[in-house]
Design a protein around this ligand. Structure first.
Ligand code: GLC
Length: 577
């Protein structure tokens, strides 16, 4: 399921970091891009949604851990980038066993991250900049320290007993069935108090909720209303695939080999996606529809477009945005593979709006998946050009806009993520993709004023940071800004069809984005060698066009009969308006 699965001491720099960290938030000025879709109910269709891991974005109180005020402080960066919404990974009270994905209270903010008042300020400041806030809703499980679970574990007849999945074992010391947890070990834990086992698809500290209990359903629906009323624009639903399990608790069939934690592998036939999940999501959608413009995004791990289609619902009455994760499974920068994956989603387009994802807090950054030490910046530009110019919405991960790299732990003693501690060295955990955001070249990359960050800043912060890249017109950051502006301003990108071109070429990808009034061409070189694309201009109707964006920034016009691309080169040109 998951990825196969310096201190810079200078008194002068320390002082400047401290000034930067304390600088007051400016009001959004005229330089901010205008978002013409912000007031529409289907704003999300044109959106770039930006994922923030709050522990790692900005540390306003200098305790080593990021917080909500640290996010608010940096909203101007996000407005300049042009994103429409931020998705904040869980910031609710939590024992932090899984860094917030173990919630102990769904209606408050963890003191590490701030207060409800800080949250309200973030929403209000976001609104001034047309940036909507989306929260992460951990629907499958709570923390074992949640009041409901503490009650539930007390006795078999406790009113909260059926909030969770409790079962007798098969025999003395034997769990109810053979299901294994994706985080290692059996997915059942025995409770001596009542001589029963409780179910957890993830850690034992993350007991699964029993969604067949109408009381659970009501509590959880009301949680969403609580946040909608506070101005939240939607939720990213965590782990929806495992919301239900087979009611008969049928054993999973075996698979070959052992997992990173030493358990025999199995096919997750009975603990994943029973049909009931769709009926439940329809109801959750109805609650969202009580509030205009609210959107549900799903962590939907599917193999085929048909499986993904089910999450939209037959009449688009489930999730508006089930994530398409198949790009994250591509191991090399291979034009054919990317083209096939796009074609699969396009052939599915009757079912819903595509939602592209390349990296997140569970998945190695794409720059490390596809790049080498020599070409990472070029890879960042060509891959971002692909997913930001496709038809659909894009969900980006903080730091990708400046070319942040994975900073993986080298020794098990340094690992913070429990799956890395348990699965080392086969599973090194997810710390590498969760390191502090790089704001400038001062101490701790401007993440805070010098307290040791919870994870080490990557060494590339000296060159790859927001301040340095803002002043370099050819930086990755300015490339992202240019692409996001293009997809927002040009109808070919915000409403055009996708038409694949030159499909036999294994080295390049090229396609049209074609709306009623505007057509553009995108040409991408996925190799370290120059490539030439020869197009049939009869089908395009024109032989040359104006360049809208190009990695070779000297380029002003493009001859469609012979498109010459430098290594990892990108050119985007207008065919007509
Ligand atoms: C999701 C989250 C991941 C978390 C898991 C358990 O997959 O993305 O970070 O560990 O759910 O909540």
């Amino acid at each position: 399921m998951f990825k196969d699965l310096c201190h810079f001491v200078s008194v002068v720099l320390l002082a400047s970091a401290s000034i930067a960290a304390q600088a007051p938030l400016k009001d959004a000025g005229p330089a901010m891009p205008v978002n013409k879709f912000a007031a529409q109910n289907d704003w999300w269709k044109h959106a770039v949604i930006y994922e923030i891991y709050p522990r790692s974005y900005g540390d306003s109180n200098n305790d080593g851990t990021g917080d909500l005020n640290g996010v608010t402080r940096h909203l101007d960066h996000l407005a300049q980038l042009g994103v429409d919404a931020i998705w904040i990974t869980p910031c609710f009270p939590s024992p932090q066993v899984d860094f917030g994905y173990d919630v102990s209270d769904y209606r408050d903010i963890d003191p590490q991250y701030g207060t409800l008042a800080d949250f309200d300020r973030l929403v209000a400041e976001g609104k001034k900049r047309n940036i909507k806030v989306i929260l992460d809703f951990v629907v499958n499980h709570t923390s074992d320290k949640h009041r409901w679970f503490l009650e539930s574990a007390k006795s078999k007849n406790n009113p909260y007993r059926d909030y969770y999945v409790w079962q007798d074992g098969k025999g003395e010391g034997q769990p109810p069935n053979n299901w294994t947890s994706t985080f290692g070990g059996p997915s059942w834990t025995f409770s001596q108090n009542t001589n029963q086992w409780y179910y957890h698809f993830f850690y034992p500290q993350q007991p699964d909720l029993n969604w067949r209990n109408p009381k659970v359903e009501k509590e959880m629906f009301d949680v969403t209303r609580f946040w909608y009323q506070r101005g939240v624009y939607g939720f990213r639903l965590d782990a929806v695939d495992t919301l239900f399990e087979d009611p008969n608790l049928t054993d999973n069939p075996p698979a070959t080999g052992t997992d990173a934690y030493g358990m025999p592998k199995q096919l997750h036939s009975y603990d994943h996606r029973p049909a009931e999940v769709h009926a439940e999501l329809k109801k959750l959608r109805k609650v969202a529809d009580e509030f205009p413009g609210r959107v549900l995004i799903g962590e939907t791990w599917t193999e085929t477009p048909a499986e993904l289609a089910e999450y939209y619902g037959s009449t688009n009455d489930e999730l508006q945005m089930p994530m398409y994760f198949n790009f994250t499974k591509i191991k090399q920068l291979d034009a054919n593979e990317f083209r096939e994956k796009v074609a699969a989603i396009e052939s599915n387009s009757a079912h819903g709006w595509p939602v592209y994802v390349l990296s997140n807090h569970d998945i190695r950054r794409y720059i490390d998946r596809y790049g080498t030490a020599e070409n990472k910046d070029q890879v960042a530009k060509v891959v971002s050009a692909l997913y930001l110019t496709l038809r659909g919405s894009a969900i980006m991960y903080y730091g990708e806009e400046i070319g942040m790299e994975n900073n993986d732990p080298k020794r098990v003693e340094d690992v913070k993520d429990v799956i890395g501690k348990k699965g080392w060295p086969q599973e090194i955990g997810r710390d590498g993709e969760r390191t502090p955001m790089q704001w400038n070249a001062s101490v701790n990359a401007g993440f805070n004023q010098g307290a040791p960050p919870w994870l080490p800043v990557d060494a590339n912060y000296v060159t790859h940071n927001v301040a340095a890249e803002t002043s370099d017109p050819h930086s990755i950051l300015n490339w992202y800004r240019q692409l996001i502006k293009l997809r927002r301003d040009n109808p070919a990108f915000y409403e055009g069809d996708y038409v694949s071109l030159n499909e036999a070429d294994p080295n390049t990808m090229s396609y049209l984005r074609k709306s009623k009034n505007s057509t553009a061409i995108v040409a991408l070189n996925f190799t370290a060698q120059p490539q030439t694309i020869t197009l049939d201009t009869a089908s395009i109707g024109k032989s040359a066009g104006r360049v809208l964006a190009a990695t070779d920034f000297q380029r002003k016009t493009l001859d469609f009969r012979k498109i010459v691309l430098e290594p990892y080169g990108v050119v985007i040109a207008e065919i007509g308006r």
